[in-house]
Design a protein around this ligand. Structure first.
Ligand code: GDP
Length: 718
């Protein structure tokens, strides 16, 4: 039997990924913002593996402007799909149907999967599915990916549509436009396949360059087509592309009127009422800061802390090392081997794994915020602020993804069309505390500030703040000054968290964390143990005399102005470039004294407190939070920037900013503690003033700049 291919297409947030997951049993991440499906994914239909489903990126139109649009358009026009299931958000019919009209024109049979019917039914909104199907001329099936209803019926209708191969229906437009399109089809003759004639006629009419290049038109054909277009433009007294857009909107508006009926009275849903508070111009930001404060305090300092105390103190501080020491002693294992296992691997990996409870609780909290629909509101609120400063609201999506991992976060910047805005986002998005940086935050918060719950939330807020303020300052430089690309986003209704989604989110991050601890962190710990236990002539020595210490001591003075010019902090920071969790792993190995089963498993952190003060540790945290990310993320930055020059610029900016902020915090903190003026303190005040100037100085408006130039040129000519 031949394999059928069904393409899932639709607007961002229409529920495509939820439909795809439900139909294939796959576990793609369901997100509440556009750009979640940046690449195409495929999977087999659970109930019939001869049917393959393609989840296409969410798009608003089939114009090849954004990467998502290009991927979706190329796939659909390559004629690989047998049928398109167009996932339409029934609560947002008008905007969604605009895309449907274009999907129908591709010449591939279309079946509309009318999603979110649970919301329509719950709110008792009038919607006549039969009329919609009649008006469009394609089958429409009501469904809910959330309640898992109607999905299999949609598949059944789609399979029938492939088998029946009925004549394709197209939305029909104004007669004068229809005449022009049929004339273009006549001119095209058999230059294009019959099923794609309407698509190419419309695209050529719109003067779509990509479509124009795809077909071989003779000079004569091109001339005739241009004449048809020009004449129609005169008739409509409008430009060709605008004519098509208007006609599509007219069609969609009439259709929605037909099937939605009249709304008797406008009533506010619970979501609307909540949004009045949560997206309120003045309250939105404080509420967001408060929510994040609670999330980070709860997960890192309260709940996570209790779990981590057990894992850190009992499990890896006492039970496991004790057990292993006795076991290895009874096997009479060589001293170096015992040291590698107990001091290197258990101490290093244990120090990292110890933070697993925090990671898990944090991602459960973030999963809930995302699933209920709150994070989409944050994107909306931040967009409002970003736009005020000429930044793209779309940079919030990479930021949010970076709370998990910077690599996909940097890649998500592809959704930003404006190149300068994209570069700003690539350079700054890794300031977010990713899951690998969490152990560092939790370590500093737990070991140095156990009774103050501002440290963990401050790391998150400083990450976001650095992104926003860097963006504002960069946008004012000639290197990044540009007009900003528009950002459209719909706000889904709030709903109660679906525990399955939330748990999956938490477990996915926790298991990725364990996998990294068992692979890359494990290997790094062996290397750190080796270089910190042996001298250059391979004698086992005290760590202070080791290869690692020798190396660290060369670079350590560089960090002295930040308050932690010791070799341990220096090498921990450097090993963090391989993976940020290694920073904590390195401390685990270096500050583990070897006296296992001491009264308190907390020994590593107690020893650490002998080398760092609270202030220098906080400065260490800030540096590691903001400096160059791990090599994997640097690789992603390079891939997205496409040039070494830009990669180097990004890394230098990140390290420079990290150094400046840690320096300022340490020097100002020292001044507050001691009250003594120093050169370093004066420098930090100058740096603060410079930073404020870069942020508040007036921006040179691109448009008015051009006018100024033109005016001066005109003056000169006079
Ligand atoms: P995509 O961007 O089109 O892939 O959409 P997603 O599958 O990521 O879904 C976007 C949001 O809509 C998520 O919060 C889903 O939980 C929610 N959602 C998806 N389908 C339904 C549905 O049928 N009903 C309701 N109420 N919510 C849904």
């Amino acid at each position: 039997m031949t394999k059928f291919k069904i393409a899932l297409a639709g607007n961002p947030n229409s529920g495509k990924t939820s439909v795809f997951n439900a139909l294939t049993g796959s576990r793609q991440h369901v997100g509440n913002w556009p750009g979640v499906t940046v690449s195409r994914k495929s999977g087999n239909y659970k109930k019939n593996t001869d049917i393959e489903l393609q989840d296409l990126p969410g798009i608003y139109s089939m114009s090849p402007y954004t990467p998502e649009e290009i991927i979706s358009r190329d796939y659909l026009l390559s004629n690989q799909a047998d049928v398109i299931v167009n996932v339409v958000d029934a609560t947002n019919l008008e905007r969604n149907l605009y895309l449907s009209t274009q999907l129908m024109e591709t010449g591939i049979p279309v079946v509309i999967g009318l999603n979110m019917m649970d919301v329509i039914e719950k709110e008792n909104r009038p919607l006549n599915i039969e009329k919609l199907s009649y008006g469009l001329g394609v089958p429409v099936v009501g469904m809910s990916a959330l309640k898992k209803t109607g999905l299999n019926k949609t598949m059944k209708v789609a399979i029938e549509a492939i088998k029946q191969r009925e004549e394709i229906q197209y939305p029909s437009y104004d007669n004068r436009l229809e005449v022009a399109l049929s004339e273009i089809i006549d001119v095209l003759g058999n230059t294009v396949p019959i099923r794609q004639q309407r698509w190419f006629a419309i695209k050529l009419f719109e003067r779509d360059e990509v479509a124009r290049k795809q077909i071989d038109l003779s000079a004569c054909q091109s001339k005739e087509i241009e004449e048809i277009i020009s004449l129609t433009e005169k008739i409509f007294d409008d430009e060709a592309e605008a004519i098509i857009v208007n006609e599509r909107y007219k069609f969609v508006t009439q259709l929605t009127k037909l099937c939605l009926g009249e709304k008797e009275d406008v009533h506010f849903t619970l979501s609307d009422k909540l949004d009045r508070i949560l997206t309120n111009r003045f309250l939105a930001l404080p509420i967001f800061a408060l929510i994040m404060w609670i999330v980070y305090s709860v997960s890192i300092q309260w709940v996570g802390g209790a779990g981590a105390d057990f894992v850190n103190d009992e499990l890896f501080g006492d039970i496991v090392p004790n057990f292993l020491t006795h076991l290895l002693d009874s096997w009479q294992v060589a001293e170096w081997m015992r040291s590698l296992i107990v001091d290197g691997l258990v101490a290093g990996c244990g120090a990292v794994i110890g933070f697993l409870p925090q990671i898990f609780v944090l991602f459960i909290c973030l999963g809930i915020l995302e699933d209920v629909g709150y994070m989409s509101r944050v994107a909306f609120v931040l967009d409002r602020i970003f736009r005020k400063f000429g930044l793209s609201g779309k940079s919030f999506i990479p930021m949010l993804i970076s709370t998990g991992c910077g690599v996909p976060g940097v890649m998500a910047s592809r959704t930003i069309e404006n190149e300068k805005d994209r570069r700003i986002t690539i350079m700054t998005t890794t300031f977010m505390p990713c899951s690998a940086k969490l152990p560092i935050i939790a370590l500093v918060a737990g070991a140095f500030f156990p009774h103050q719950n501002w440290v963990a939330p401050s790391a998150y807020l400083i990450g976001i703040g650095s992104i926003i303020l860097s963006g504002i300052a960069m946008k004012k430089t000639t290197l990044f000054n540009s007009d900003t690309s528009p950002f459209i986003m719909e706000l889904p209704n709030y709903h109660l968290p679906i525990m399955k989604n939330v748990l999956r989110y938490g477990l996915d991050h926790a298991s990725a964390f364990i996998k990294r601890a068992a692979t890359i962190i494990f290997v790094m710990n062996v290397i750190i143990w080796f270089t910190s236990s042996f001298s250059w002539n391979f004698q086992m020595v005290e760590s202070d005399q080791s290869i690692l210490a020798n190396f660290g001591k060369i670079l350590a003075p560089l960090f002295a102005p930040l308050g932690w010019g010791n070799w341990q902090g220096t090498v921990a920071t450097l090993t963090g470039l391989v993976a940020k969790e290694t920073v904590v792993g390195t401390f685990g190995v270096l500050f583990h004294v070897g006296e296992i089963a001491s009264e308190n498993g907390n020994e590593i952190w107690n020893n650490l407190a002998l080398t760092f003060t609270s202030l220098s540790m906080y400065s260490f945290l800030l540096f590691n939070l903001l400096c160059a990310p791990c090599f994997a993320a640097i690789g992603a930055i390079h891939k997205e920037m496409g040039a070494w020059k830009w990669t180097a610029f990004a890394i230098s900016y990140q390290c420079g900013l990290a150094y400046a902020i840690s320096f300022i915090v340490y020097q100002v903190g020292t001044f507050i503690q001691s009250g003594v003026w120093s050169v370093s303190f004066v420098i930090s005040v100058i740096l603060i003033i410079l930073g404020i100037y870069m942020i508040v100085r007036p921006k040179k408006d691109v448009a008015s700049f051009h006018f100024e130039t033109i005016n001066t040129t005109l003056e000169a000519l006079k």
